[in-house]
Design a protein around this ligand. Structure first.
Ligand SMILES: NC(=O)c1ccc[n+]([C@@H]2O[C@H](COP(=O)([O-])OP(=O)(O)OC[C@H]3O[C@@H](n4cnc5c(N)ncnc54)[C@H](O)[C@@H]3O)[C@@H](O)[C@H]2O)c1
Length: 243
């Protein structure tokens, strides 16, 4: 069956690489939408806790995770060879800054290497980690095309920034608008279709770089506003005004 049909009837086998603050809530939303979801993480203890229905992420109560695991909709593994049997994979690995303040790309490279080993025709790969504009096309894409598969025809690649705000009760994974941009229009359309099954609002954009730039703008906007209000708070404190 074509990937498009498998997404629309939710028979697609969905994978999430990296089961942290971003990946576990995403895996849960896909499972709640009816997909069979496999989480992949290097951390054996997280994998064991997911498989035991025992959540370690504040926004995901074990009472939500447990039944999804018990019903077989969600499971976790440390074995990347499972990717060969998946139809879609979302990459949610960390991108910390190095001491020199440049991003540590080693997690992205390691995860992409594993996906490149097991990628197959008809697969959708969506990269979600926070990163600089250009990463999807310049770093991830060349690793995946080493397989000989052609992007936009044999497989689909998108960037979709994760915008979750852990602890926010009003906006969580399912109701934060999801921006998605693909390497080609076909890639964007497949990414849009997948998210539309599980997330209320999907905002397709014209390229991976646009989606990456959205995230850079949002984080910069947030940082400047937090900095601004902290400065104002200090001034207020000096003159005895409740900020
Ligand atoms: N936490 C947030 O509020 C937030 C919000 C928006 C965006 N982001 C971004 O999302 C990405 C993920 O962040 P997070 O907070 O979920 O991180 P996290 O540290 O909570 O989780 C990352 C998970 O990835 C696993 N991992 C690392 N390397 C791996 C590999 N090669 N293969 C498989 N699993 C691997 C780790 O064991 C860990 O469980 C980062 O780029 C981050 O900047 C985070």
């Amino acid at each position: 069956m074509e990937l498009r049909s498998k997404i629309l009837d939710r028979s697609a086998r969905v994978g999430v690489v990296g089961l942290g603050y971003v990946g576990l809530p995403l895996a849960v939303e896909f499972a709640r939408a009816g997909f069979t979801v496999t989480g992949i993480d290097l951390d054996q203890s997280k994998v064991a806790r997911v498989n035991g229905g025992d959540s370690y992420i504040g926004d995901i109560p074990s009472s939500v995770l447990g039944p999804l695991v018990a019903s077989g909709k969600l499971s976790a593994t440390t074995d990347f060879s499972v990717i060969a049997s998946l139809d879609t994979v979302n990459i949610c690995v960390p991108t910390p800054l190095r001491k020199t303040k440049d991003p540590d790309m080693s997690f992205i490279v390691a995860a992409s290497e594993q996906i490149a080993k097991h990628i197959h025709a008809g697969m959708l790969v969506i990269f979600e980690s926070t990163t600089y504009p250009g990463t999807t096309d310049e770093v991830v894409l060349p690793m995946l095309t080493q397989s000989g598969l052609h992007v936009g025809r044999d497989f689909f690649l998108c960037f979709s920034p994760e915008r979750v705000d852990p602890g926010n009760r009003k906006y969580q994974t399912a109701n934060i608008p999801k921006v998605v941009g693909g390497v080609t229009a076909e890639c964007t359309e497949h990414g849009r279709m997948l998210y539309a099954q599980a997330i209320e609002t999907v905002v397709p954009v014209s390229s991976t770089q646009v989606a990456e730039m959205v995230k850079l703008l949002e984080n910069t906007f947030r940082m400047i506003n937090i900095g601004l209000v902290n400065e104002i708070a200090m001034m207020c404190d000096r003159i005895g005004v409740n900020v």
